[in-house]
Design a protein around this ligand. Structure first.
Ligand code: GLN
Length: 194
């Protein structure tokens, strides 16, 4: 399975490493044409305003929407989660508007800018190590969104069919199970097509 990591800004190399550790092939993606031969896409953490701006500039918004329409899985982490959301709290415009959820940016407060914790994630046996860095949280989800984990009653992992989103950075640990979970989604989607 060939997984692209959107390489406009943010934690790209770490995602490629984690995908390869989980048994997939990872490549950085800099141009929309490169989406063509991918089975799945990761939108990394970074700064969502910057990533959104660059996606508009390079023609990624329509290209990623078309990718999603083909049923190909997309995984957004941290800023990538914000980029996937239909609604951003306190902002008029969202970016891709693919996942039926409202997200709040930098939602864990100043003194908790970054922290690590172990999270129970639905579908994964043992708790997953999660690194939060100026992380967003999911304030509200629509009926087609499945909540996979919460931290202090706030939603931090969610899935809507072929779309997966986490508030934290799974690529900054040696725990590759969320990437393996995403690879399983990609395999399922590919099998459903053939
Ligand atoms: N680590 C991250 O990706 C931080 C996200 C960033 N705070 C934003 O709002 O876009």
């Amino acid at each position: 399975m060939k997984i692209g990591v959107l390489a406009l800004q943010g934690a790209v190399a770490e995602h490629i490493r984690s995908i390869e550790a989980a048994g997939g092939e990872g490549v950085g993606v800099k141009r929309p044409e490169e989406l063509q031969d991918l089975d799945g896409l990761i939108i990394p953490g970074g700064e969502s305003t910057t990533i959104g701006k660059l996606m508009r500039k390079y023609g990624f918004i329509d290209a990623v929407r078309a990718f999603s329409e083909q049923g190909k899985p997309i995984f957004g982490t941290c800023a990538g989660l914000i980029v996937l959301a239909d609604r951003i709290d306190g902002q008029e415009d969202a970016h891709l508007e693919l996942m039926d959820m409202t997200v709040a940016r930098n939602a864990f407060g100043r003194q908790r800018e970054s922290f690590e914790t172990d999270l129970d994630v639905k579908g994964i046996d043992q708790p997953v190590r999660a690194v939060f860095i100026r992380a967003p949280l999911i304030k509200e989800v629509g009926p087609s969104v499945d909540v996979l984990s919460t931290y202090k009653d706030e939603i931090v992992t969610a899935r809507q069919g072929h779309l997966l989103a986490s508030s934290y950075h799974p690529e900054l640990t040696d725990d590759y199970r969320l990437h393996a979970y995403f690879l399983d989604m990609v395999k399922e989607a590919a099998a459903a097509k053939s």
